[in-house]
Design a protein. Structure first.
Length: 232
């Protein structure tokens, strides 16, 4: 695997794409980062958008997005638009390794209504909100707590943990809930994302490395599912 920090040159974007990058348009960013992999027919990367933390000449934060990209093939700079700093990413993990993590994920739950043959996928947080209201709970603080708890339980789900080879050391912090909508070919692409920050223990190194490489959860093409890890 290769981990890249990708900076954007705003002057290389037309006004429409500049606005899309600045507002964190997931679909637009996905299309932009594809330019780094001109020879790949299938998406070889995961990405996460952050804010540029360096300072401008006046001492103020630059406020320009940058991206962390995890890929199986090496990205190629796009002169005047995208610049990459790339290094190998080959973490050495053992059973019991402890890691701090940050993760932007799209937590969903499948529910089947009576009389329907197929389950429908629902946003975990909105599902918890609807459940609270169905129980006549209109307290905003309680509803927010139920939504955050549902997000935590999604990441702490026993089957998901076993499948991905990790265990949470404590309940992670949940922030940054956002609903995304992008219209493409007359249809809306809709998904939500939430940010997690916490600590985990590696229970199965092979499975966790696979989870690092492939990401976790849905909407991985749109900036979700990429683990950001460091040693605890």
């Amino acid at each position: 695997m290769l981990l890249s920090r990708v900076r954007v040159a705003p002057q290389g974007l037309d006004p429409q794409h500049f606005h899309a990058v600045m507002k964190g348009d997931a679909y637009g960013n996905h299309q932009l980062l594809w330019k780094l992999f001109p020879d790949d027919e299938e998406r070889p990367f995961l990405f996460r958008q952050e804010d540029e933390r360096t300072l401008a000449s006046n001492g103020n934060p630059r406020g320009i997005p940058l991206f962390y990209v995890l890929s199986t093939t090496e990205p190629v700079d796009v002169p005047g638009l995208l610049q990459c700093e790339t290094r190998p990413f080959e973490p050495k993990l053992d059973i019991g390794s402890r890691l701090h993590f940050r993760l932007r994920a799209n937590p969903v739950v499948a529910r089947r209504r009576e009389g329907e043959s197929r389950s429908r996928v629902h946003d975990v947080l909105m599902d918890a909100k609807a459940q609270a209201r169905s129980e006549k709970n209109d307290d905003p603080v309680a509803i927010r707590g139920a939504m955050d708890d549902a997000a935590v339980q999604w990441l702490a789900n026993k089957e998901r943990c076993e499948r991905s080879g990790y265990g949470l050391l404590h309940d992670p912090e949940v922030t940054g809930y956002r609903q995304h909508v992008h219209r493409r070919r007359g249809k809306d692409i809709r998904f939500s994302s939430v940010d997690y920050e916490g600590a985990l223990e590696v229970l199965d190194p092979r499975r966790f490395l696979s989870s690092l490489a492939s990401g976790i959860g849905r909407s991985r093409a749109f900036g979700c599912g990429m683990w950001m890890i460091r040693r605890a």
